[in-house]
Design a protein. Structure first.
Length: 311
């Protein structure tokens, strides 16, 4: 039996912009997907997915998940027709849009395969395999999600060949609340939408992309200085930029506003958008609880977690 885990993630700055080479900042969260791989008597591979999930998520992603598993097996050089396996997914990360669920499961599976078949894959190789798997969900993923799911911690990530990945040191972990709209969103469609609008309005988008790039450097400095007020303000600004490129929605805007009204230092959509999660910066347990309860009172699910936790 082989076992592996992959961390969930929260993008703090520049999802979508990152697809075009703009720097982004991402943190792993303290929730993870676990994969177990076992040889069995059946044919090919079989899947048992017991992750907690937003209703509808697993059903909607099933085709993409199957393709993703095929891609990972192929990239690992494994043939399930010769070595039939049962794959089990579990853990405490909710399978939902915006929280890195697909990347976490790809990393967990790559690690479990490495364990079961004695492949001794390095983290770098695990990350590469997970990136292959992510293509089934995103089309052209930047690689930010699988990088966070593999390495954990707080990361400065720039897409490229190879991608640039640097650790950002945070003085101490900081509480955040992630509010789930409950809407299952299609990341590939959200990314395609940005591409279409960007081609249609090149000047407007060039300006927005320049601003997002400048913001990333300010955000990195604010995090390194542990200036959380500034981090929050920059998250607010980033949300406006994401709205401007068309990836927010009514529910996300509502959650963002709710979090700010209850004292969050800043709030924004996180991940692919058009549903999925919002993240609010809520330093200290008390503020975190206040914001999480406000979200729950409105009938949404709130996840209390922290950024900057090193594995
Ligand atoms: C999705 O979590 C993040 C996006 O930027 C897509 C990607 O980076 O591949 C929307």
């Amino acid at each position: 039996m082989g076992k592996g885990i992959g961390f969930g993630k929260v993008i703090l700055f520049n999802e979508h912009f990152v697809v075009y080479g703009v720097p982004s900042i991402v943190s792993a969260i303290d929730k993870a997907t676990v994969a177990v791989v076992e040889r069995f008597d059946g044919e090919g591979w079989a899947l048992e997915d017991e992750r907690p999930a937003t209703p509808g998520y697993k059903e909607e992603k099933l085709e993409q998940q199957r393709e993703s598993i095929e891609r990972i097996l192929k990239a690992a050089g494994l043939d399930a027709t010769k070595n039939p396996i049962k794959i089990w997914f579990g853990g405490d990360l909710v399978a939902a849009s915006g929280i890195g669920a697909s990347a976490a499961s790809c990393v967990a599976l790559a690690r479990a395969l490495s364990d079961e078949f004695g492949l001794q894959l390095s983290d770098e190789r695990i990350n590469e395999l997970a990136y292959e798997g992510e293509k089934a969900y995103h089309g052209t993923p930047s690689g930010v999600d699988n990088t966070a799911a593999t390495y954990g911690g707080l990361i400065w990530f720039v897409k490229g060949q190879p991608p640039l990945f640097e650790r950002i040191e945070l003085k101490e972990p900081v509480e955040v609340v992630m509010g789930n709209t409950g809407i299952v969103a299609d990341t590939a469609a959200a990314v395609a939408g940005v591409r279409e609008r960007k081609e249609k309005h090149p000047e407007k988008y060039a300006k927005l992309f320049k601003e997002a790039e400048e913001l990333a450097y300010k955000a990195r400095k604010a995090l390194e200085d542990f200036n959380l007020k500034a981090v929050g303000e920059l998250m607010d600004e980033n949300h406006e930029q994401l709205r401007a490129i068309g990836v927010s929605c009514e529910e996300l805007d509502r959650l963002v506003e709710l979090a700010r009204d209850h004292g969050a230092f800043g709030a924004k959509l996180t991940g692919g958008g058009l549903g999925g999660y919002m993240v609010a910066l809520t330093p200290g347990k008390e503020l975190q609880e206040e914001v999480a309860r406000a979200i729950e009172r409105e009938g949404f699910e709130a996840l209390r977690t922290r950024i900057g936790v090193r594995p």
